[in-house]
Design a protein around this ligand. Structure first.
Ligand code: HXC
Ligand code: NAP
Length: 285
């Protein structure tokens, strides 16, 4: 649960985190500040990011700029880049963390409900990526993208179909630009987190009594949910120069969850030891 990188690893570096006012975005931002970064946080709710900025400055002594931005609006995205450069000079990394999600049988969704999630997750991410990438390329600056996806970006998942479609697109964007923009010294990587408790995710994915009925830790081989510092350590590493040769990778941090759910015989962990003893005795008979 401790920070992993050297305390000054991000000294003089500026990182933008979309959706940085809450949840995992806030936790990643706090750790980057502790490592010496200048931080830019954005989201739609001014009161939320302003409050977080004050808290993070008090908690870390670092510099935080909060800029309101709906990532579905390209001009607002361009404004974030402009404001970040005015405040801190060069931008070194962008974390595409903002997302929207909820659970629902797909046949119950309106087309607008589908749009709303895909527009935030995919369109918002490519708007931010396009604006930041063009800026770096024009100014001949290097940069690093870190995109937050999920393991169902490649498996798909029922009941969160708009999010699965959006995250699959973000993963394709990550891998495509890792190759295309490498010549500009722009790296693109992704993290696929399993369950990490946040108010935003839990209220939408485990509403009401579902949280009692479907304890997420029970699905995970390591038998627990993730700790925010574990994710922050990985994010900081992938944004830092220590990972300079990692490009186009998606790192899963889920305690083994997705592989377990794909494993044909994973359910055999329900067999108690005395039954294994009995099966051993009958082996080969
Ligand atoms: C079905 C829903 C719905 C729900 C909204 N809609 N919520 N449909 N089930 N639970 C429909 C509405 O009826 C409407 O369609 C359309 O979606 C737009 O709804 P609004 O409420 O007007 O949208 P808005 O206020 O912009 O809110 C966007 C949101 C909201 C995505 C619905 O949840 C939000 O702001 N989320 C941001 C944060 C977030 O989602 N964080 C969790 C990320 S967790 P109609 O047809 O009625 O107009 C995550 C983890 C993944 O991604 C992996 C976990 C392991
Ligand atoms: P969260 O706190 O709800 O974070 C989502 C953030 O996105 C919010 O700060 C929200 O702020 C912002 N946002 C939504 N729509 C936006 C828009 N149009 N423009 C700008 N910002 C917008 O949830 P979280 O759990 O920390 O999720 C963070 C990321 O981790 C997401 O990409 C999510 O898919 C991913 N993830 C989470 C988990 C988990 O278990 N928590 C697991 C896998 C992946 P506003 O509402 O103020 O705009």
């Amino acid at each position: 649960m401790e920070g992993m990188l050297r305390p000054d690893s991000f000294k003089g570096k500026t990182i933008i985190i979309t959706g940085g006012g809450t949840g995992l975005g806030r936790s990643m931002g706090k750790y980057l500040l502790q490592l010496g970064a200048n931080l830019v946080i954005t989201s739609r709710k001014k009161e939320v990011i302003d409050k977080t900025a004050v808290e993070l400055i008090n908690e870390t002594g670092g510099k935080v700029l909060a800029v309101v931005c709906d990532i579905r609006k390209y001009e607002e995205v361009e404004n974030v880049i402009k404001r970040a450069e005015e405040e801190f000079g060069e931008i070194h990394g962008v974390v595409n963390n903002a997302a929207g999600n909820f659970i629902s049988p797909t046949e119950r969704l309106s087309h607008r409900a589908f749009d709303i999630v895909v527009d935030i997750v995919l369109k918002g991410t490519y708007y931010v990526t396009l604006a930041a990438g063009k800026n770096w390329i024009t100014k001949k600056q290097s940069g690093t993208f870190l995109n937050i996806v999920t393991a169902y970006a490649w498996t798909g998942s029922g009941y969160v179909v708009p999010s699965a479609c959006g995250k699959a697109g973000v993963l394709a964007l990550t891998r495509s630009l890792a190759v295309e923009w490498a010549k500009y010294n722009i790296r693109s990587n992704a993290i696929a987190p399993g369950p990490f408790p946040t108010e935003g995710a839990w209220s939408r994915l485990l509403p009401g009594d579902l949280v009692k009925k479907f304890d997420p830790s029970k699905r995970i081989p390591l038998n627990r949910v993730g700790e925010h510092q574990e994710l922050a350590n990985l994010a900081a590493y992938l944004l830092s120069d220590y990972s300079a040769y990692i490009n186009g990778e998606v790192v899963t941090i889920d305690g083994g969850e997705w592989l377990r759910n794909g494993g044909e015989f994973s359910h055999l962990e329900d067999i108690p030891n005395d039954m294994w003893d009995m099966l051993e005795k009958t082996r080969g008979k």
